[in-house]
Design a binder for this molecule. Structure first.
Ligand SMILES: [Fe+2]
Length: 528
């Protein structure tokens, strides 16, 4: 398939805004409340200031706090195989001391018990034994994979060596007992030492308040954390944590960015969207390459359907970002070979909502998020997460849905192998007949995927699409733009765009000229 041929549309987004939004996705992936990383970012910068860091050091701390968990989707399916719900496990890991064997063993046992409720005592005992035997090795491997993925993604997002080197040290500890355990003491990057302490402080502060955070920091002083840093934090804890419970962290985080405020070019934004697509897809071995595939298919389909150029660009970006919310659902559910339980299905239905929530700000991302969140909606209202009717699904949303279905079909899933493209095409047409997918969108997607699409005689006239012919027929019959928009359940702006395209294609500039063209080419014959 060809790459995006649409011209660029100005991105208009700050790097800090994009990374702050991405940090919401990593909060979900770590089983933490939304805005967790943003609070960690605020505290880290405040602590950095208290320690006397200069502007460029503070900038490193700022971005590292937001990016720290960007590798969170690596190897999660293996964790889920062993422990069940890896997100639940991570929620609890945040509050234990990884250096204390008794705390870690207790956590592993609890997680396996929760994930295997209803199994016989013997089976459970076997699983716990296996978990304790293989768990430490697997966790070590997972932590290393986490860091490698984080480093690669950070590079693709345009970050330099300072950040990427620090991302190798996410699980290192002051006493050298971390993972991979290559570094200790001030051999660990200053920025990472600050962020590690800050994130645990935020967890304890949220759960039990300032005193609990100070006690925890003192207990782990010299083992997990830099002793000097702990002293500095404990001395000024109330001041450093002031307002962190109630302030809207988005505005605070953006205001706090040290140094120059970088805006992304179109090209940088598109590159970042591709990195985010891969971040989302690595959650499951079944979805590798899914988001990029959907984006490219949808973009080409938009061209086949005659959508305005700007819609094609939005579709490319929304396609790349559409499944970022998958991070908020356990890899155990994405990898389950059998039917999902009601509770599991409920969680799956949440993933387009998570996508929309992650991309809720700034306005430029919100627009893409609103489109991306529609990728599981269906024309007959049977989709999710909102169950919207056809009248609220734009042509772009219909194309995205069709592209997502088609691409998912040609990928393997835990309960079936990948379908042959011809079979997938047939199933897509079945979805049209069932009233779930839009006919023109499906034709566009199939044409973009290289299938021969049955075209009517009229579609060949002047390169007009089915939709454009529908609009042309209504223009010829004297309908106003408002009436056409109501009949076709599209916005007036979209109809206006269609009319401009039609006039350009058939070389007229008036309604009368268009009417005569339609008559000359017998386009009114099937008019109802
Ligand atoms: Fe999805």
């Amino acid at each position: 398939m060809q790459k995006n041929q649409f011209q660029s549309v100005t991105a208009d987004i700050r790097l800090a805004e994009l990374i702050a939004a991405l940090s919401l996705a990593t909060d979900l992936g770590m089983g933490q409340p939304l805005e967790y990383a943003q609070y960690v970012c605020v505290l880290s910068v405040r602590l950095g200031e208290a320690l006397g860091l200069n502007e460029s050091e503070l900038r490193e701390v700022y971005y590292l706090a937001l990016l720290r968990h960007i590798g969170c989707n690596a190897d999660t399916y293996r964790m889920a195989n062993l422990f069940g719900d890896e997100l639940a496990l991570r929620t609890h890991v945040a509050s234990v001391d990884s250096g204390r064997a008794s705390q870690m063993i207790g956590l592993v046992i609890r997680s396996i018990q929760q994930a295997n409720e209803g199994k016989s005592a013997l089976n459970l005992a076997r699983m716990i034994a296996q978990g304790l035997l293989t768990g430490p090795h697997l966790m070590k491997e997972e932590y290393t994979g986490f860091c490698e993925v984080a480093q690669r993604l950070a590079r693709r997002l345009g970050f330099g060596e300072d950040i990427t080197l620090a991302l190798e040290q996410v699980f290192e500890r002051w006493d050298g007992q971390g993972v991979p355990g290559k570094l200790k003491g001030d051999g660990i990057a200053l920025s990472m030492r600050i962020v590690t302490l800050s994130q645990d402080v935020i967890t304890f502060h949220r759960l039990e308040g300032v005193e609990a955070a100070v006690t925890m920091a003192r207990e782990r002083k010299g083992t997990m954390y830099d002793p000097q840093m702990v002293d500095c934090f404990c001395l000024k804890a109330s001041h450093l944590l002031m307002g962190l419970e109630e302030e809207p962290s988005w505005e605070v985080v953006l205001e706090l960015e040290p140094g120059m405020r970088t805006h992304l070019s179109d090209e940088q934004f598109d590159t970042a969207c591709r990195a985010i697509a891969d971040f989302a897809d690595i959650k499951s071995p079944y979805t590798l390459g899914h988001s990029v595939g959907v984006a490219e298919l949808a973009t080409q389909a938009a061209r086949h359907c005659g959508l305005p150029e700007a819609d094609g660009v939005e579709l490319m970006r929304a396609g790349l970002l559409h499944d970022v919310g998958r991070v908020g659902v356990s890899a155990g559910i994405w990898g389950k070979p059998g039917p999902l339980s009601e509770r599991e299905w409920e969680r799956v239905r949440m993933h387009p909502y998570y996508t929309e929530r992650v991309l809720a700000r700034p306005g430029m991302l919100a627009r893409l998020g609103a489109l991306a969140a529609l990728h599981h909606e269906r024309l007959n209202g049977s989709g999710y997460y909102r169950g919207l009717p056809a009248s609220l699904l734009s042509p772009a949303a219909r194309i995205l849905a069709a592209a997502d279905v088609y691409h998912a079909m040609i990928e393997p899933r835990p309960h079936r192998p990948a379908l042959e493209p011809a079979i997938a095409a047939e199933q897509l047409q079945r979805e049209v007949r069932a009233g779930r997918l839009d006919s023109e969108a499906v034709n566009g997607v199939l044409a973009a995927a290289g299938h021969k699409v049955r075209t009517s005689r009229r579609e060949l006239v002047a390169g007009l699409s089915e939709r454009e012919i529908e609009v042309l027929r209504l223009i010829a019959r004297g309908h106003t733009i408002k009436q056409i928009a109501q009949i076709l359940t599209l916005s007036e702006k979209t109809i206006d765009n269609h009319i401009q395209h039609i006039y350009n294609k058939i070389g007229v500039s008036t309604r009368a000229g268009a009417t005569l063209f339609a008559m000359e080419h017998d386009l009114l014959i099937d008019m109802n």
